[in-house]
Design a protein around this ligand. Structure first.
Ligand code: CP
Length: 400
């Protein structure tokens, strides 16, 4: 017989500790915001429902316990001061508590996205435009799913089918999107700085979905969320402090590398970047990282290895002699991974070139590869960003 009284007591205690309403917890645990009231009033539940709820509750309790032990830098002020930015253009310049706030906000969406009913209507009535001037699978789809799961109307503008092809300027395109009274604009563009240019011209929040080789902030944030959850699951309460991270590949052209470097160093990680000399940006040490050209040396004792793709579309001329030669020096192979810590984790933002920067056997390693988890966390993190950045316009208490 399921002990629903004990379950209800734990849910009530968690509601107090985690500052979440009982109806939110009820929705996360039972897929119905009123179910907990019905159970408290004497309603019964099946053993399967009880077991699923108890399992999900244990995970929420674990997350709440880890947050309670978070270091001082991760505590944040209330309301709008928790994240005072109008736009999300980069992870550069975000304070540790602002990053931690977004990670904590994303946790509830990880839970919701694991339910069969994945819906919260807080953005109902809002219009979000995804304007992508470059190809994307993960970022575009996850922003679209994120907006829809929060109840917004989401419209995708593909540059290839737009009036950009008829010579319309970026600024005129931005003014057009603004005139349509969108409530948030998500932009991917091939030129570094293009997203800021648009942000300066429109009234609503702008989210950078990747601009040239500059920044891809939601990727940095979703990677941090992935890392935190993986290490918390191993019992680590301060996951970023002193974490030895290696970021290897085409650092020169990688906005993912930049956003991760800013995010991870801000949170206290020890970041090493590794690339062939031609693919290492000049002055990279100013970003508080250690630069390596020898991948084997960079990997020594690493806790986490993040691999990057060769961004051939941004290269003029050939930066590496051949894919085979690149793999020989910079590919993550089983032999090479042995140089890292015994249980080192592996990440890749995608899209991957299997057999070039990463061997398939590593990319698919259970327990060690976080690559599909990164995609899952992408939806949750983008839900958090859309929710937080539209709070002021929605008049959410404490955010006006
Ligand atoms: N990681 C990433 O930005 O992937 P997409 O290019 O598929 O969006």
């Amino acid at each position: 017989m399921a002990d629903t009284q004990e379950l209800i007591a734990r849910i009530n205690a968690l509601a107090l500790r985690s500052n979440r309403s009982k109806s939110t917890l009820s929705r996360l645990l039972f897929g119905n915001g009123k179910r907990i009231d019905e159970i408290e009033a004497g309603g019964s539940i099946t053993l399967t429902t009880y077991q699923r709820a108890a399992e999900a509750l244990a995970e929420l309790e674990q997350t709440a316990a880890a947050s309670a032990h978070a270091p001082h830098s991760s505590r944040y002020p209330e309301g709008r001061t928790a994240f005072p930015h109008k736009h999300l253009l980069g992870t550069s310049g975000l304070a540790p508590h602002e990053i931690m706030f977004l990670l904590d906000e994303a946790e509830q969406w990880v839970e919701l996205n694991r339910q069969s009913h994945k819906r919260d209507n807080r953005l109902a009535g809002l219009t979000i435009i995804n304007a992508f001037f470059e190809n994307s699978t993960r970022t575009l789809l996850s922003f679209e799913i994120a907006g829809k799961r929060l109840g917004a109307d989401v419209v995708n503008m593909h540059a290839a089918q737009s009036s950009v092809k008829k010579g319309e300027t970026l600024i005129d395109t931005a003014l057009t999107l603004n005139a349509m009274r969108s409530d948030a604009i998500v932009i991917r563009h091939g030129s570094s700085g293009a997203v800021r240019l648009i942000a300066d011209k429109v009234d609503c929040p702008v989210l950078n979905a990747g601009d040239g080789q500059h920044e891809h902030p939601t990727q940095g944030l979703l990677d941090a969320l992935t890392i935190r959850r993986a290490l918390r699951a191993r019992g680590v309460t301060e996951p970023f402090s002193g974490l030895k991270v290696v970021i290897c590949g085409d650092v020169l052209h990688s906005r993912v590398a930049r956003s991760n470097v800013h995010c991870l160093t801000t949170l206290g990680a020890d970041v090493r970047v590794c690339a062939p000399p031609a693919l290492m940006p000049a002055g990279i040490e100013q970003l508080k990282v250690t630069a390596f050209h020898d991948f084997d040396a960079a990997l020594e004792g690493a806790d986490l290895v993040m691999m990057l793709r060769l961004q051939n579309e941004r290269m003029q001329g050939s930066f590496v002699p051949s894919p085979a030669e690149y793999r020989h020096l910079y590919g993550l192979t089983p032999e090479r991974l042995k140089r890292a810590a015994p249980d080192a984790l592996v990440m890749h933002p995608g899209p991957m070139n299997r057999g070039v920067e990463i061997d398939s056997i590593i990319a698919d390693l259970p327990e060690r590869s976080l690559i599909t988890t990164q995609v899952e966390m992408g939806v949750a993190m983008r839900m958090a960003c859309l929710d937080v950045l539209t709070r002021q316009a929605r008049g959410v208490e404490g955010w006006q």
